[in-house]
Design a protein around this ligand. Structure first.
Ligand code: SF4
Length: 504
């Protein structure tokens, strides 16, 4: 496709024409949906726009899809078209919204807040700051069904097939509302950012909307909806979108499984209707990559080409964005995302009446679905629920390291010495702990924690007898590592008497 800077400049400076945000968003959804649309645009831009019913000039928004042009525009300070400017403002508004939600997800309860902050730091260390920044770490997620009807082959949470939904009986409604009130008490205002699905498809529950209205009634906002079946009942979905917008929820999401479904969604819903609905492209050809977690991991064992295909997408994007790089980009070691989880808090299944206290991690043998379960339990009544959740707060959400806890490094961290201290590193990130004035103490604490044989109290005593460091100074240093998510606090390392009561 011929680049035409003059035309873009004219569009911006002279005509002032501005394509609607929803229309630009639709173009970009198609652009990232796979190679076919890209090829069509490059071959016949106007014909392709006509074919897809897109009232947007690709030249006008070149800065949004052509990496070379975008880099050149920055380097040469080329004028930004009104359409591009308006679209970037829209994206910035969404980013500000996500940041606000992430901040407001921080619970009021001191222990819950401290624990969540620590898990976020642990997660940043494990999966990297960039990926973590996209997670809101919601404090609560409800499942209003047991299992999911969609049976996606790549399901990162490994949801079982749909087995039952939570009926909207008077008793169930009362229990649900009582639980919402308890969570409001435990998590404070942050509970309102909870979501009403997890390893479930929200539309599987025919009374999903009624539960959402209860959620709104108690917590003051309609919970966000992500559906993987947007064409199941468009009229129902339209009503959910309208109700949710009217009750404070800005962004909802549709997962798109195939190009055919994308086409049907685009035919059914106007660009304006979908402006605030994120389309998560899950079709095989799409640019976004899948997480190696849950069922994807299982499938990849028998068909390793699946991960190779996802890695090839990442490499292609890197090459596209670094065309002037002289080295061999093919040798880059690509790490695919290892989780889709974005909750650091309570996962509540209303059908099974279970609670899991969980937080994201890269999927692994121990945590195959991309999240750590710190403790789990069951309940029958609201009173049970309260005592279970209160117990988890007390047992798991510690604010300091217990003196009798055996200390070891986080499961994924590699330890090495650096001048005046040590470094811990995962495949994504490394952090150094070093200080010239207290290098001996730091190194001794680091080595002992790496060995994993001593309690906090024993380490403090060893530092006292061997280095003359006051025990409170050592405990302060240990708590600094704890606060920064470097110490293992997974269930098999919760070295307290009370932890034995978990998992009823
Ligand atoms: S990915 Fe989502 S929609 Fe698909 S099976 Fe898993 S929970 Fe259900």
């Amino acid at each position: 496709m011929k680049k035409n800077k003059d035309r873009e400049t004219q569009s911006a400076a002279e005509t002032g024409r501005c394509a609607p945000v929803g229309m630009v968003k639709r173009f970009l959804e198609l652009w990232t949906s796979g190679p076919a649309f890209k090829a069509e645009v490059l071959k016949d831009p106007q014909g392709t726009m006509h074919h897809y019913g897109l009232d947007v000039d690709p030249e006008d928004i070149r800065a949004l899809w052509d990496w070379d042009y975008a880099a050149k525009a920055v380097a040469e300070n080329l004028p930004v078209t009104p359409t591009v400017k308006q679209y970037r403002e829209f994206i910035n508004e969404k980013l500000r919204w996500r940041e606000l939600v992430r901040e407001e997800c921080s619970p009021a309860e001191h222990r819950f807040k401290t624990w969540r902050d620590r898990q976020i730091k642990r997660n940043m260390l494990e999966i990297g700051v960039d990926q973590d920044s996209k997670m809101i770490h919601t404090p609560v997620a409800f499942e209003l069904a047991y299992g999911c009807s969609m049976k996606c082959w790549f399901c990162a949470l490994n949801a079982p097939p749909l087995q039952a939904v939570y009926e909207y009986t008077p008793e169930n409604r009362n229990l649900f509302r009582a639980i919402l009130a308890i969570l409001k008490d435990v998590a404070g205002p942050s509970a309102k950012w909870g979501c009403s699905y997890w390893a479930t498809e929200p539309l599987d529950n025919p009374n999903y909307e009624k539960f959402c209205m209860d959620f709104y009634d108690i917590l003051g906002i309609y919970p966000q909806t992500t559906t993987a079946d947007p064409m199941r009942d468009p009229a129902r979905l339209r009503k959910i979108l309208a109700d949710s917008r009217a009750r404070g929820c800005l962004v909802n999401r549709f997962s798109i499984m195939t190009l055919q479904i994308l086409e049907r969604v685009h035919r059914e819903f106007t660009p304006d209707e979908l402006q605030w609905v994120e389309l998560i492209l899950q079709n095989a050809e799409a640019d976004p990559v899948k997480a190696v977690s849950g069922r994807f991991t299982e499938r990849n064992r028998t068909n390793p080409k699946l991960a190779e295909r996802e890695k090839a997408k990442v490499l292609a994007a890197i090459k596209e964005q670094n065309k002037n790089f002289k080295g061999d980009l093919s040798t880059i070691n690509v790490n695919l995302p290892g989780t889709t989880s974005c909750m650091t808090g309570f996962r509540i299944n209303m059908v099974k009446k279970t609670v899991e206290l969980a937080s994201p991690c890269n999927a692994c043998e121990k945590w195959p679905n991309g999240y750590i379960v710190f403790e789990s339990g069951t309940f029958n009544t609201a009173e049970d629920f309260k005592s279970l959740v209160d117990g988890m707060v007390e047992r798991v959400m510690l604010t300091t390291v217990p003196a009798d806890r055996r200390l070891r490094l986080g499961r994924v961290l590699k330890y090495s010495h650096v001048p005046n201290g040590f470094q811990v590193a995962s495949i994504s990130r490394g952090v150094q702990v070093a200080n010239e004035a207290s290098a001996d103490m730091i190194r001794m604490i680091g080595d002992l924690i790496r060995d994993g044989q001593n309690t906090a109290c024993e380490i403090a005593l060893l530092c006292f007898y061997q280095l003359g460091v006051p025990t409170e100074v050592t405990m302060g240093a240990i708590n600094h590592l704890f606060e920064n998510g470097m110490l293992d606090e997974e269930p098999d390392n919760q070295h307290t008497e009370k932890a034995g009561q978990a998992g009823r």
